[in-house]
Design a protein around this ligand. Sequence first.
Ligand SMILES: *Cc1c(COP(=O)(O)O)cnc(C)c1O
Length: 396
Amino acid sequence: MLELIEQQLTSLTDAGLRRRRRVAATPCAAEVDVDGRAMLAFCSNDYLGLAAHPQIRQALQDGVNLYGAGSGASHLISGHTRAHAQLEDRLAEMLAPCIDDVRALYLSTGYMANLAVLSGLAASDPGKTEIFSEQLNHASLIDGARLARCPVKVFPHADLAALEIALQQSQARTKIVVTDSVFSMDGVIAPLTDMLALCERYQAWLVVDDAHGFGVLGEHGAGVLEHLHLRSKKLIYMGTLGKAAGVAGAFIAAHASVIEWLIQKARAYIYTTAAPPALAHALLTSLNIITGTEGVQRRAHLAQLIGQFKHGIGDAPVGLRLLASDTQIQPLVVGENQRAMQFAAQLFDAGLWVPAIRPPTVPAGTARLRVTLSAAHSSAQVAVLLQQIHNLKVVA
Ligand SMILES: *Cc1c(COP(=O)(O)O)cnc(C)c1O
């Protein structure tokens, strides 16, 4: 059996699909020490540069002094602290303009939040639920849909006509449409305004995974719903707090009764130890920064860098295809796995850390360099990146 695993590992290597972890020895920032080398990083999801922010670090330390290291139990036993409760109230306040009678629920990770929301919702109407899942959805949504143990219909990327036909044909009483807001490997925003209108028409829930929008989009950083001025009680929102918010965890915001149901029934929420309260305490400071003037400034700076990158890349250099992204996720599609690895290696040699993303994270034949920009970057650093991308060489 060990031999079988080792053979499979060798075939991963041969297909250019073997992944390896690099070891960072410094905080998440624009300049990092990785595998012992000083590098300029364009790979994190720390879009606002908050992961190493002095005030948030301090708040985390304060949180440890107030609450200790661990929560000691799950939320429903004894692990639910005042810090968790305050965080949930604050998150609900942020989403209040977008969801009627909103309440928020904090979970340890976005992966678990997606398992909780899809399996939990489906459990409210067993045998009569159907999930409609966008083709490019994140793996955690795919796994959540599997765990929901109900029929799952995948609709083609951004194809609302196909979604409408599927909703029309469905016999299910509870219909759940689920999509990424900002597609994590494309940077493109889903057509949520029209999708919500469809969901209202066909009495479906719309679950929006805003892992890459929360903190970044919207005037106050409340995410894609604020950005698009959406409001509905059919909306179920998932935001993560380890990306732009710079700490860890995730939350679901929805109508208070939906949240109460998830607290009662979502196994991914119930059967796990509550995240350390100090994280929730630190997140209160992070949310203050996101919603305050500093957040506004950081989003404005990030928008400038995105403009600089898109302008500077121009018609993408030979061998690279730019996607129509206006967000901080700016992928350069290469196609073939080995070539994406070569390009990433060339950039790494030049001191730039840009990951090569390969299947199954992206569809076969669309391996890419995933450039992510952050408010932690300077315009000079983006200029270095652009220059090195233009220097990439196709080698046989
Ligand atoms: C990162 C991500 C998640 C998972 O969030 P974690 O908090 O990292 O577990 C879920 N959905 C999308 C689209 C993501 O990019």
